[in-house]
Design a protein around this ligand. Structure first.
Ligand SMILES: [Fe+2]
Length: 200
């Protein structure tokens, strides 16, 4: 069964005014769809991958055939990352971190503000296109990492808890070159319920 684009878990305008409706439409309907289309084309060329889950394709990238590995990396990663991204956002003011996530952030970063500052710094430091992530390692330690393009922390054995897309397609229509402002406003639409679930 080829991969398919799931609808957004909320309306295109649900994240206004922090993430605008037009950006969400193009980002979801065009960019995310393109990753899926290209991923499906790669799997057609390597049918032994047809039974793999999306997470397996990303986490076990090194075990995929070399002939399609680059496409899986970019487009499988693109599909995984965007599925994740839509779900770690929600209409402003509708979600709350669990005590477990809040205390883990405090324990690992000192405070929520320190965590946000480190996350924004990582996102600002990503030259060109990519992502910033809050990740958990196998011992449950939380850190902030950044990946280029559509690379994913799962490939390095880390579990994403939160992630922000800093490709220009994620913010350019509303924020133009002002990535820092996009990041500052993005906190308003973080889905803390989902981040808490991701922590496990
Ligand atoms: Fe994106």
């Amino acid at each position: 069964m080829p991969f398919e684009l799931a609808p957004l878990p909320y309306a295109y305008n649900a994240l206004e005014p922090f993430v605008d409706e037009r950006t969400m439409q193009i980002h979801h309907d065009k960019h995310h769809q393109a990753y899926i289309t290209n991923l499906n084309a790669a799997i057609e060329k390597a049918p032994e991958l047809a039974t793999w889950s999306l997470t397996d394709l990303v986490a076990k990238l090194g075990q995929t055939p070399e002939s399609v590995r680059g496409v899986i990396r970019n487009h499988g990663g693109g599909h995984w990352n965007h599925d994740f991204f839509w779900n770690v956002m929600a209409p402003a003011g509708t979600t709350k971190a669990t005590a477990k996530l809040s205390s883990a952030i405090d324990a690992n970063f000192g405070s929520l503000d320190n965590f946000k500052a480190e996350f924004e710094k990582s996102a600002m430091g990503r030259f060109g296109s990519g992502w910033a992530w809050l990740v958990s390692d196998s011992a449950g330690k939380l850190t902030v990492v950044s990946t280029a393009n559509q690379d994913n922390p799962l490939t390095d054995g880390l579990t994403p808890v939160l992630g922000v897309d800093v490709w220009e397609h994620a913010y350019y229509l509303k924020y133009q070159n002002l990535r820092a402002e996009y990041l500052k406003q993005w906190w308003n639409v973080v889905n803390w319920d989902q981040a808490s679930k991701n922590l496990g």
